[in-house]
Ligand binder design. Sequence first.
Ligand code: FE
Ligand code: ZN
Length: 257
Amino acid sequence: MAIIAVPQLSDNFAYLVIDDDSRECGVVDCAEAAKVLEEVKRQRVNLTTVLSTHWHYDHVGGNKDLLAAMPGLKIYGARAENGRIPGLTNPIDDGDEVRVGNLRARAIGIPAHTNGHVAYYFPTLRAVFSGDTLFIAGCGRLFEGGAATMVQSLGKLAALPDDTKVYCGHEYTVKNLEFALTLEPHNRALADKYQWAVRQRGEGKWTVPSTIGEEKQFNPFLRTDSPELRASVARIAPGLSDRVAIFAKVRELKDHY
Ligand code: FE
Ligand code: ZN
């Protein structure tokens, strides 16, 4: 089994998920069908499934072209986003199982960036595809849900085993880490990750995946209990104490960073 990142547009990722036994493959999100189909051909696999995380065009803009190229394709996505996800054939709800060959994934409903946003968790691959909800050292903007909803959604992902690899929708890592450092300048894991990410990008490499365990060490949106982060927030907005309020403030600061 293999997971292969396929760059899309300027900073998006599509991911091929390959089941070695059946040589079946699924693609998580697709903006540009041609690039995905090229990689499918190179891997000599049979693309059967699309797993859409949410309706934004940079994640589903290639669905129609994929469907035209392979008419039997199954396209999964949130029932709540039916009508907005092009070509949706298999609407799903939180907790539903989806299959790629013999690989099984669980859809996890993680609304807030969009109302129906889902993650796909493959326990046997120890991998989660988090779309635009959990980024490396960041999280998605609150377009269709509030801070409390996002905190809950991120909590579902943070509850996965620490060694779960996180494959997110965009290469935003360096910027995210720069922002995180403004709140936790003394966080060693954060500083180390920043150095690593800058080096990695300098060599033309991607920063995906991270792991859930790592994210807990440096992602400011999962660190609303950190004393250093809280002190930094208190300097800007005194008097906030509950997690959701702290989260909302951090999200707002990031929006304007
Ligand atoms: Fe998005
Ligand atoms: Zn996106």
